[in-house]
Write a protein that binds this ligand. Structure first.
Ligand SMILES: [Zn+2]
Length: 122
């Protein structure tokens, strides 16, 4: 693989990574939103460049904060952070495979030339 095409592949993988991470953040915030809604709270999802935020509407009189609601939010954090780490590791493995594959295809085949007998005529 040529250097230009290797850079382009890494750029495309990085763009895909950012898009998938943003989608993952949105899905995470959507779970927070659903937990708030389950307990009668209205909330607003905000996606920022490096993350997201779900803000409950504190003026909502139907909103009930209790221990179970807080546990559900904590479980959402635990599940998401563990899954995101797995996804990040898969991305690192994909980049490593692309870079390694491009380096091995650019190398001349040393084993064949080293084994070749210069006196042989075939
Ligand atoms: Zn969260």
């Amino acid at each position: 693989m040529k250097r230009k095409s290797k850079v382009k592949t890494i750029q495309l993988l990085s763009l895909a990574f950012i898009l998938i991470m943003t989608y993952g953040i949105y899905m995470h915030e959507l779970v927070h939103h659903e937990i708030f809604r389950y307990y009668g709270c209205d909330s607003t999802i905000t996606i920022t460049p490096m993350g997201g935020l779900t803000t409950p509407d504190d003026s909502d009189p139907n909103c009930v904060y209790n221990e179970n609601m807080i546990r559900l939010h904590a479980m959402n954090e635990i599940v998401t952070y563990n899954l995101e780490i797995i996804f990040f590791m898969l991305f690192v493995i994909a980049i490593t495979i692309v870079v390694t594959a491009s380096e091995t295809t650019n190398e001349p085949n040393k084993t064949k030339s080293a084994q070749r007998n210069p006196n042989s005529h075939f």
